[in-house]
Ligand binder design. Structure first.
Ligand code: AMP
Ligand code: MG
Length: 304
């Protein structure tokens, strides 16, 4: 097995597989995806949609269009706990790429006025795709689903090349493609949110599945003894503080895992358990602030 890694989507992306892995094609496809949906890239298609909010619709690629459709699907499925247009609030918390500023409450209140997903207008005409943000103060931020979209793209490229054994690690967003070379399952460590990095709470063994964790132990800062982190409650614009401190989702779709891990973190344990149970083929591991670990399987699951 060989590995290559690169900085993509502002995060270290590492692919491990045999020598047939088309690394160059993967890196250029990921860079291409960044030029479409990254918010850190001012020239990306979604950045241009943001700039043209309240002004005009913007023509986008089908890939960007489908990504936004997916994001809206998960927003709907999670009753808005996953919100792809929290950009007006998220930007208040940021200093460059870092999540580092405690905003004024009045700014958060103002930002929250521009997070209504029904103001996202999608249209198609003559084979072209358009996105318009009707509210001039509105901004996409797909940070909660982008790495999942990227991991699914890498998996698709690997499958096209008939590679049935590889490990994708997109900044902690993992995909164990197929089985390991020795036909064993991939062992993925789940970070213990209460311990130092690299100390695992649990190892899950997966066969052709993605494992994605959202946790407050990442991208955070402490001010006046309070921990503020990057997963926001769309109802308040504040760091989510609903009893869950780490939320892991396991499924074939890394996009689904990514969106749901973020949303479940925010919604709290009762709703999170309910939603995962209602979904076929999903598994989840939640860590509560009490230290309790809650494991859930959706409909008709094998155990990992
Ligand atoms: P993740 O690490 O996948 O849980 O995603 C967190 C990132 O998604 C943050 O850094 C924000 O860019 C964005 N985000 C924060 N809160 C939400 C939310 N409630 N819904 C959608 N995206 C969010
Ligand atoms: Mg996520």
């Amino acid at each position: 097995m060989i590995s290559e890694q690169k900085l993509v989507f502002g995060t270290v992306c590492k692919i491990t597989g045999d020598k047939k892995v088309p690394f160059n094609e993967i890196w250029s496809s990921l860079e291409d995806l960044e030029e479409k949906i990254s918010m850190n890239q001012p020239s990306s298609e979604l950045s241009r949609v943001n700039e043209n909010a309240g002004i005009q619709k913007v023509e986008v690629s089908q890939e960007t269009y489908n990504t936004v459709q997916d994001a809206l699907y998960y927003s709907d499925l999670t009753e808005g706990f996953f919100n792809p247009v929290l950009g007006s609030v998220i930007q208040l918390w940021k200093n460059g790429p870092d999540f580092a500023v405690l905003p004024e409450i009045s700014d958060i209140q103002e930002g929250l006025k521009h997070t209504d997903v029904t103001k996202i207008k999608l249209s198609e005409a003559e084979g072209k795709f358009y996105i318009y943000l009707e509210d001039p103060g509105m901004k996409f931020d797909l940070g909660g689903i982008g790495k999942g979209i990227a991991a699914d793209l890498v998996k698709k490229i690997l499958k096209e090349h008939k590679i049935d054994s590889a490990l994708i690690n997109l900044g902690g967003n993992i995909y164990g493609v197929g089985l390991k070379e020795n036909d064993e399952k991939w062992n993925i460590g789940i970070q213990n949110p209460l311990d130092e990095r690299g100390s695992y709470l649990k190892i899950v063994s997966v066969d052709d599945k993605s494992v994605v964790t959202s946790g407050s132990y990442e991208r955070n800062f402490i001010e006046d003894g309070v921990l503020y982190h990057h997963i926001l409650d769309p109802r308040t614009g504040m760091s989510a503080n609903n009893g869950i401190i780490s939320s892991t989702i396991i499924n074939e779709s890394s996009t689904a895992c990514d969106a749901l891990s973020t949303a479940c973190y925010v919604m709290g344990i009762d709703k999170a358990v309910k939603i995962i149970k209602s979904l076929k083929g999903f598994e989840a591991i939640f860590v509560l602030e009490t230290g309790e670990i809650v494991q859930v399987s959706g409909d008709e699951n094998e155990n990992y």
